[in-house]
Design a binder for this molecule. Structure first.
Ligand code: ATP
Ligand code: MG
Length: 390
């Protein structure tokens, strides 16, 4: 008899054709998160079992892994006899509750039918405790008995998992990451759907500080907890921003700046095999995120742009930011490039033709120049990697 963890798969069970791929990726992700805990994994089509001598620590880490519906500490025994099932059930049951027993037999050769076993074990427990009451509709404790070929698994309650798809099963996106509250939340929600992320940050030294960059690095690192391994691309954006600032109608500054970001984002995404760009835009949050603004900015690319927060209220976004631990970093005071060059009256309904005319004054070779000078940062050790970008 031993205490182990049973993993119930999340939505991946509905992906029939890809199921093995999803389960194998989940196993790999679990392995890498628990590598130092000396674990053994047994898996099949329906369940995964984790044997470890640090159940609590393993449970805590598993709570951060996408693709898991529930993490259930349970007792496993090779001895599926009725007497042994009763004795384990008594050990893990507590008194003074309403309860019911549910039995699942994947081993159909087991001699007692499921309903009958549930009834008998229930009867045994009623006799063994003073104040237990059966409630089949709304019990406060459900005792589960799973009988499988290799033995029996008995458990009461589990911990809710993250849900979503195992990280990496749905490809990679490029997240436009600022130091603000929204974009990292957008990244987290995208990861939940099985996507890995690389990050792109537009930096305007010396108008922005190296502390602002450190803040973005800290934010990106939060997603390592959920199995992300991507890199951060720091784009030197100063020349582009200064030339927009000097030459163009100030009310269109943000519109044009964002069009330049999207152009660069598309090139970096393509080069790094990111299938889409993700950002933290939310409809109507600021002038540059009205539907007209989004349309005019989006006009520079037909690459897929995913906006997980499009319909979120700021308070809903803040709730998630607090939950994932990014909020306290995001509210640190260092300015982003966008906040420094904000005009007093940014256009709310920009005109596409006018934006294009304004842009004719810009030197578009600045785009390739910025890309050539990207700084790539590996997030496991903050080291800078040499890469050829064009
Ligand atoms: P956040 O949305 O992260 O809280 P913000 O509200 O200041 O910051 P906006 O300036 O409205 O963001 O920009 C909308 C989105 O554009 C951001 O969510 C982010 O995805 C992207 N973005 C803005 N600034 C930058 C930047 N300096 N580098 C990379 N992406 C950026
Ligand atoms: Mg925002």
């Amino acid at each position: 008899m031993e205490k182990i963890l049973m993993i119930k798969y999340a939505e991946l069970t509905t992906k029939k054709d890809n199921r093995n791929y999803f389960i194998n990726t989940l196993e790999k992700n679990i392995m890498s998160s628990l590598s130092d805990l000396n674990i053994e994994i047994i898996k099949d089509y329906y369940r995964m079992f984790i044997i470890t001598n640090d159940i609590d620590e393993a449970t805590n880490r598993l709570k951060n892994i996408f693709g898991i519906y529930e993490i259930v500490p349970c007792i496993r025994s090779n001895d599926s006899s009725f007497d042994n099932i009763c004795s384990i059930s008594k050990d893990i049951m507590r008194d003074d509750v309403t309860f019911k027993v549910i039995t699942n037999r994947s081993d159909k050769s087991y001699p007692i039918p499921s309903m009958e076993l549930s009834r008998k074990v229930g009867g045994y427990l009623l006799k063994s405790f003073n104040n237990l009451k059966v409630d089949v509709h709304n019990p406060s404790v459900t005792l589960n008995i799973e009988i499988r070929r290799e033995g029996v698994y008995i458990y009461t309650e589990g911990f809710k998992g993250m849900g979503g798809y195992p990280t990496g099963t749905l490809g990679k996106c490029l997240l436009m990451l600022s130091g603000g509250i929204d974009s990292i939340v957008a990244g987290y929600l995208t990861m939940k759907r099985g996507v890995k992320l690389d990050f792109i940050y537009f930096e305007s030294l010396p108008h922005t500080s190296l502390e602002a960059r450190e803040k973005v690095i800290s934010l990106a690192k939060i997603l390592k907890r959920y199995g992300n391994t991507g890199k951060l691309y720091v784009v030197p954006f100063t020349k582009i921003q200064e030339s927009i600032y000097k030459e163009l109608d100030p009310t269109y500054m943000i519109t044009i700046m964002r069009r330049m970001m999207y152009r660069i984002g598309e090139k970096v995404a393509k080069r790094n095999k990111c299938n889409a760009i993700v950002n933290g835009e939310s409809i109507g949050q600021v002038a540059s995120q009205t539907l007209t603004s989004i349309k005019v900015v989006n006009d520079v690319t037909n690459y897929p742009i995913i906006r997980p927060l499009a319909s979120f209220d700021k308070l809903e976004i803040i709730d998630i930011a607090k939950r994932i631990g990014s909020y306290d970093i995001s509210i640190l005071p260092y300015e982003d490039c966008c906040t420094i060059f904000v005009p007093t009256h940014p256009v709310i309904n920009p005109n596409l033709e006018y934006a294009r005319i304004l842009e004719n004054k810009l030197d578009m070779s600045l785009i390739d120049e910025a890309i050539e000078n990207i700084l790539t940062i590996k997030l496991n050790d903050n080291s800078v990697v040499e890469e050829d970008y064009l």
